[in-house]
Design a protein around this ligand. Structure first.
Ligand code: NAP
Length: 282
């Protein structure tokens, strides 16, 4: 079998085009443009690249974006103060503090200080708690991007066996919760899981969010499964996922490539969240 390739770039382009329409109607109705503010502390090159991509994406859909680049020696209190000021600023719809932050700053304290109504990364304890309780709120971008890909592919999650590898606050836990909300039967795996490949082989829907290049090979894939590879790993062969793409695509029904699968969805869902945050604040 040769799996269908799930084209994240194309799905993300559709999402961005819907957001662009939504931004235009928001402006017509409210006489202002949604505004995303990003913050980077220090000069981590990867953070700079990610954040530039986010600003470019805002521009493409007609959203405003502003950036605060703070020096690496910024104290936790200085960053807390900026985050609180942005929370109180009526013009600001979305606040994104790019992680990682330097060692002198506790990222959990910073995230907890973000106004949950502007928490477009969906990482505050309030939004994570809302998700845990099945209440509406802002959901983190990569997990909601994964769900959007599954929806777009027409994957029937009702009663499906879903296996998520990884239990991070950023990806694994929220993805598992969203799948549960869609009535899948969900198994969460992590570094202590025994017989990982055997557990994965039960999956109709396999979500890999680990950060280990090609961890999951042919032995981990059920014939006909849908495989969503969140992993982005830099190797000598370039960027690869957590799944051995060549091997898995012989067995799966559909699979996301790396790059070009989940990655483009993350930024698209950030735009969705920023527009939703702006609408909710009207
Ligand atoms: P993370 O915080 O490092 O979490 C990794 C998870 O994988 C942990 O729960 C860990 O288990 C588990 N794990 C590690 N080694 C394992 C193994 N050998 N077997 C089974 N489980 C194992 O990473 P993350 O932030 O969730 O990111 C995961 C991957 O997704 C990374 O490659 C990251 O770059 C990528 N990512 C991509 C996007 C995107 O836009 N496409 C966005 C975010 C992240 P324990 O909990 O037991 O330690």
């Amino acid at each position: 079998m040769s799996a269908r390739i799930i084209d994240g770039k194309a799905v993300a382009a559709g999402v961005r085009s819907r957001v662009a329409d939504g931004v235009a109607s928001f402006e017509a109705e409210n006489g202002r443009t949604p505004l995303l503010v990003t913050v980077i502390v220090g000069d981590d090159p990867a953070s700079e690249v990610y954040v530039k991509g986010k600003h470019r994406a805002c521009e493409e859909v007609g959203m405003r974006s502003l950036h605060h680049g703070l020096p690496a020696k910024t104290t936790e209190n200085e960053l807390l103060e900026l985050v609180r000021t942005l929370g109180e600023d009526a013009d600001v719809d979305g606040i994104l503090v790019q992680l990682p932050v330097p060692d002198q700053i506790d990222p959990d304290r910073i995230i907890a200080a973000i106004d949950p109504a502007k928490d477009v990364d969906g990482l505050t304890p309030v939004n994570a708690g809302r998700l845990a309780q099945g209440m509406p709120g802002l959901v983190s971008c990569t997990p909601s991007g994964v769900m959007e890909l599954l929806r777009h592919e027409g994957v029937d999650l009702e009663g499906a066996e879903a296996v998520v590898i990884g239990r991070s606050k950023l990806v694994g836990i929220p993805v598992a919760r969203l799948l549960l909300g869609a009535n899948a039967t969900v198994t969460s795996c992590h570094s202590r899981t025994r017989e990982l490949a055997a557990v994965c082989r039960r999956a109709d829907v396999l979500i890999a969010a680990v950060g280990v290049p090609r961890l999951l090979g042919a032995e981990a894939i059920k014939p006909g499964a849908v495989v969503i590879d969140v992993g982005i790993n830099r190797t000598d062969d370039g960027l690869v996922g957590d799944v051995d793409f060549e091997a898995a695509s012989e067995i799966a029904a559909a699979i996301t490539p790396v790059p070009g699968g989940v990655g483009p969805m993350t930024i698209a869902m950030l735009l969705v969240n920023t527009l939703a945050a702006a609408r909710a604040r009207v």
